[in-house]
Design a protein around this ligand. Structure first.
Ligand SMILES: *Cc1c(COP(=O)(O)O)cnc(C)c1O
Length: 410
């Protein structure tokens, strides 16, 4: 008996009409002509908007939604997002520049990250955004800089919780971590914060990324609120803000399924009465990157060559890991798995098993390993789905000195 091989779920956020893929209602070959080059990234604003709407429709209205810019800092996306979400979370002064160029109100922008320089802290204090402090030292530096500027910055404490997000693609909490202040040291940090005359704004408790398991998220939410209640007992004032993190993942690999928002929303509804009792004046924020933009993006490249080697077929494209490290399997994957990949246009009924590789002189430059795909020819477009988050921004574009790619929002 042969085991059933797991498959990718259908990528039905984009329609295929007469065998051709459409992005933003434009046939992909026409879009390529419009962009003027391959490879390129295309992001569909309608898909982004629907994602935000789904969250708004499903989660309790008390949950505010923030966009974590590091998932995709393209200025046009951040600008568009400023009309859809309630706030931004940043992780660098570069991202701060992009965020401040939008109309997003300053009091809804917060800045986290473990290695903020004095220059970045100065900029953030001057911009009057919220700073999520990652260490005691950082707090002392913020206080010194604020004194020189004559400003009172709003500070939140990023907490390294005493639990971890189970079944998560990327764990960022629990145990020893470079992120946040260990939960057990938060009481003394709060005491020092009061001495330093900083404005206590709240807590930021982010426990992980790329999670497809609703039960794990529910467990993390429950523990996050419990921890926030405990820490609030040591705070000079009630927190104005509690950022409960995000962690919602998207399906990338064969066998992955979409995360079910319903039980997560139900659990939040159930615990809201106790949240309102314990934190009556606190705004609750969920910060999401990947979930908002990941499925809205594709990476498009062109087949440059085709060759056989020892019974395997290789399609060689003009795109690869220099633009899309994650699809090559080199960004956090332990065992390489294929992203969903399709041909831009289906020529006929025939399929073949192919390896799709990029132009770089390294065996790591793989976009698809032994995938069954419609027969393709030199010049055809290859589409890598789920590429809206941690794509171009997380790639080593200088490696091998090939031309840069282009990003469009359609
Ligand atoms: C990376 C990051 C996020 C976004 O994570 P996603 O998995 O893209 O949703 C949110 N908050 C913090 C603090 C982060 O570092």
């Amino acid at each position: 008996m042969s085991k059933i091989k797991p498959t990718h779920i259908p990528m039905n956020q984009f329609p295929t009409i007469d065998g051709e893929l459409y992005i933003g209602d434009i046939p992909i070959t026409q879009l390529a002509a419009r962009v003027g080059q391959t490879p390129f990234y295309a992001y569909d604003r309608k898909v982004i908007k629907e994602k935000v709407q789904l969250l708004r429709d499903t989660l309790p209205k008390e949950i505010h939604l923030h966009y974590a810019i590091k998932a995709n800092p393209m200025p046009a996306i951040v600008q568009y997002m400023s009309t859809l979400v309630d706030g931004f979370d940043l992780a660098s002064a570069g991202e701060m520049k992009i965020a401040l160029d939008t109309e997003m109100p300053r009091q809804h922008i917060s800045f986290a990250g473990p290695g903020k320089t004095d220059k970045e802290l100065t900029q953030a204090i001057a911009a009057e955004i919220i700073i999520n402090m990652e260490s005691q030292n950082e707090m002392e530096r913020i206080s010194n800089i604020a004194e020189k500027l004559g400003l009172t910055p709003k500070v939140a404490i990023r907490v390294n919780p005493d639990f971890e997000l189970k079944a998560s693609g990327m764990k960022m909490s629990g145990g020893p971590k470079q992120f946040g202040i260990d939960a057990e040291h938060v009481p003394k940090t709060l005491k020092r914060l009061t001495e330093l005359n900083l404005a206590f704004h709240g807590f930021h408790i982010f426990s992980g990324s790329q999670n497809l398991n609703a039960d794990s998220i529910i467990d993390a939410h429950n523990k996050t609120f419990e921890l926030a209640y405990r820490l609030t007992e040591h705070a000079p004032t009630h927190p104005k803000l509690l950022n409960i993190g995000g962690g919602l993942g998207i399906p990338y690999f064969p066998g992955d399924t979409k995360i079910d928002l319903q039980p997560i929303a139900k659990n939040l509804k159930n615990i809201l009465p106790s949240v309102k009792k314990n934190l009556p004046t606190t705004e609750i924020v969920m910060e999401l990157g990947r979930y908002l933009v990941g499925e809205a993006g594709v990476y498009v490249c062109k087949i440059i060559d085709r060759k056989e080697s020892r019974d395997e077929t290789f399609l060689i494209t003009d795109g690869g890991l220099h633009h899309h490290l994650a699809a090559s399997g080199n960004f956090g994957q332990v065992i390489r798995k294929n992203y969903p990949v399709k041909m831009g246009r289906i020529r006929n009924e025939q399929t073949e098993t192919v390896n799709i590789v990029g132009p770089l002189c390294t065996p790591l430059d793989i976009l698809a390993n032994k995938m069954e795909l419609p027969e393709a020819e030199i010049g055809d477009l290859v589409i890598v789905f789920q590429s809206g988050a941690y794509g171009y921004t997380a790639s080593p574009e200088k490696f091998l000195s090939h031309p840069n790619t282009i990003e469009v929002l359609v």
